[in-house]
Write a new protein. Structure first.
Length: 341
């Protein structure tokens, strides 16, 4: 009886596939899965798109024998990624025979497919055979139950979808959250990490990348603001999911300069050789110390005059003892202070 029923099942599915193959623009199909009278029966809907397919199983007959059963994805002609929302066996719907179970699962191709790509999948319906038990009584009147081995019955049913439509199961772009830097002022002497989080609940995150202005940065990289000129800077993050959806987020932060940070920047430029002569280092730092003393006495005009002398010395030594990197950074810092009320 079972073999005859199974033969009828395979025949029905083969006819279904051939008939469906003549519908050139179709992107979805319905099939029935069933076996013996005591088995569970399902309607199975399959929707195909460029990024994968969705299987929805609706149970319309429930066995009263209390036997475990399930539907799962067998194999596919195009590799797929099993999402975290589906168990490792790619199980679509399952139950223990005590309740009606419906299931929907998304499966995403490992690569986006061009329109009109043929796709074949196998859906497997698993039933546990009858589990028999018998009691054995021991001398002390305790009872123990021994179970026979469980018999698994597998039916592999092919579904052929001749065309993949130009649609996406996951048409929602990933979500980007930038956690650092914040949209605020940072002293040029600070170090700040570039960190962000990308989430995509359907097809999953494929990639993410970041740029501070025109310089690439990685997630979690710590940047030394000494390398940035005073003023606004922008971290831009781009991300994509496995369905080809993309997103972008950005945050603008501001690098600010004080007399103390300019002194620290000048000391750092001297320590790394950007200013090569010790005499020039001492002279430039002496001018900045004088500017700080004038500021402390409230003599802003005198402070500005000393800063201008600092700029003049930088200009005189540009390309000599002061390299271009030091000149660009320190002159921009000094001009920032001169232009700050």
């Amino acid at each position: 009886m079972f073999r005859k029923s199974l033969l009828k099942l395979f025949t029905a599915i083969t006819v279904f596939a051939l008939a469906f193959a003549q519908v050139g623009s179709a992107k979805a199909a319905r099939m029935d899965l069933g076996g013996e009278d005591e088995d569970n029966f399902w309607n199975v809907d399959v929707l195909f798109c460029r990024d994968g397919f969705t299987i929805t199983a609706s149970q319309y007959y429930l066995s009263d024998q209390g036997l475990p059963y399930w539907l799962e994805l067998g194999t596919t002609s195009i590799p797929v990624t099993i999402p975290t929302s589906v168990d490792p066996a790619a199980r679509i719907a399952h139950g223990d025979g005590s309740a009606m179970v419906n299931g929907t699962a998304n499966f995403f191709f490992t690569q986006l497919q061009p329109k009109d790509t043929p796709v074949d999948i196998i859906i497997e319906r698993w039933d546990h055979g009858a589990m028999t038990a018998h009691e054995t009584e021991t001398d002390d009147s305790d009872h123990s139950i021994e179970y026979d081995d469980v018999v698994h019955v597998t039916e592999a049913d092919f579904v052929t979808i001749p065309h993949t439509e130009d649609c996406l199961i996951d048409s929602v772009a990933p979500t980007i959250t930038i956690t650092s830097p914040l949209a605020q002022n940072y002293l040029q002497t600070a170090t700040v990490p570039t960190t962000w989080d990308v989430t995509d609940t359907l097809s999953g995150v494929a990639s993410s990348s970041g740029m501070v202005d025109a310089t690439s940065v990685t997630n979690g990289q710590v940047i030394d603001l000494f390398t940035l000129l005073p003023g606004p800077h922008t971290l831009t993050v781009n991300a994509a999911d496995n369905s080809g959806n993309s997103a972008q987020a950005s945050v603008t932060f501001n690098v600010v300069v004080t007399l103390d940070s300019l002194i620290s920047a000048t000391q750092h430029a001297c320590s790394i050789g950007w200013i090569s002569k010790k005499d020039n280092c001492q002279s430039l730092l002496a001018k900045l110390a004088a500017a700080k003393a004038s500021s402390g006495r409230g003599q802003n005009q005198a402070m500005r005059g000393v800063l201008q002398a600092f700029l003049n010395e930088l200009k005189a030594q540009q390309g000599k003892s002061v390299n271009q990197s030091a000149y660009d950074l320190l002159s921009a810092d000094a001009k920032y202070l001169l232009n700050t009320p």
